[in-house]
Ligand binder design. Structure first.
Ligand SMILES: NC(=O)c1ccc[n+]([C@@H]2O[C@H](COP(=O)([O-])OP(=O)(O)OC[C@H]3O[C@@H](n4cnc5c(N)ncnc54)[C@H](OP(=O)(O)O)[C@@H]3O)[C@@H](O)[C@H]2O)c1
Length: 266
């Protein structure tokens, strides 16, 4: 049976989830959005017939069987303490770094809460979706929207979540390639298409691979004494790969509340 879904916080990730849900073969009957961000909420309501905008956050909660929390972590207490939830209401939190224990007191008397980390590619039904604790009901709702990774322990969700902090650095790498190409005489638009096509093909390489080992994949892409072997060796010498682990350690500490945004690796 299709449920009414309410979303508190109509930001970037809420938009991606709404698009992903509405483009399913069996979309939810109704999705109710909170009025902020007004412009984004209105665009979604215009685009999809099953999307509507509530008058305020409480109307989102009251009108929904399942509520997604998609506000920034800094305001979650302030937003939720104003709201009343029903005991049978399902709550799915997308909020990074805010634990189920912290949220449980704010959504009482509901005890049905899970955490999920969707990513922007969910709009295209691509990419991983992390869910903890595992839930058949939520898995069924999201199963065709990406690669669902369900983990028993909340700290495992946090550990996986740290790696999602590499999305902007990844595009930073692609941008650096484009800048280098344009500095060396390639038209910017051609450079963008070329770099996009190269990394798109690389990103798809693991699909269906039985060899679940990226060091083997790296070797397979490195002809002995070729450019790739040389680049891999030089980046290793420069500490590129160990730097990745250091940044992930920092993000992990931040997710555990033991470091802040201003902290750095050294
Ligand atoms: N972006 C991602 O890839 C991603 C992935 C997984 C999880 N998350 C998590 O999802 C949450 C949202 O992230 P985001 O990137 O979507 O942030 P965002 O784009 O800043 O969206 C947050 C939204 O909350 C709205 N808001 C502010 N105060 C509100 C209130 N009192 N009531 C209702 N809505 C309010 C904001 O509206 P205004 O614009 O009007 O201020 C904004 O549209 C965060 O906790 C983040 O950790 C994000």
């Amino acid at each position: 049976m299709s449920k009414t879904i309410g979303i508190i916080g109509t930001g970037a990730i809420a938009e991606a989830v709404v698009i992903g849900l509405c483009n399913k073969a069996d979309p939810p009957t109704k999705i109710i959005l909170s009025p902020r961000n007004k412009q984004r909420a209105e665009q979604l309501a215009e685009r999809f017939l099953n999307v509507e905008i509530a008058s305020d956050n409480q109307a989102v909660v009251t009108g929904s069987d399942m509520v997604f929390l998609a506000v920034r972590p800094q305001i979650v207490d302030e937003v939720l303490k104003e709201l009343s939830f029903a005991a049978e209401q399902r709550v799915v939190s997308f909020i990074s770094g805010t634990s189920i224990k912290q949220l449980e007191v704010l959504i009482e008397p509901s005890k049905h809460i899970v955490r999920m980390i969707p990513l922007p590619a969910i709009a295209r039904h691509e990419g991983p979706i992390i869910l903890s604790p595992p839930s058949q009901e939520i898995a069924e709702l999201f199963q065709e929207m990406g690669s669902l990774v369900q983990v028993e322990q909340e700290d495992q969700l946090e550990t996986l979540c740290a790696v999602t902090g590499l999305m902007a650095p990844y595009f930073g790498l692609l941008n650096q390639c484009v800048e280098w190409l344009t500095t060396n005489g390639i038209d910017e638009s051609k450079a963008f298409d070329f770099v996009g096509a190269l990394f798109d093909a690389l990103g798809r390489t693991p699909r269906g691979s039985t060899e679940k080992d990226f060091s083997t994949v790296a070797s397979e892409h490195a002809t002995p004494k070729g450019f790739n072997e040389q680049a891999f060796r030089e980046f290793s010498k420069m500490g590129w790969y160990s730097n990745v682990s250091e940044v992930l350690d920092l993000l992990s500490l931040r997710l555990a509340g033991k470091a802040g945004f201003e902290d750095g690796v050294r």
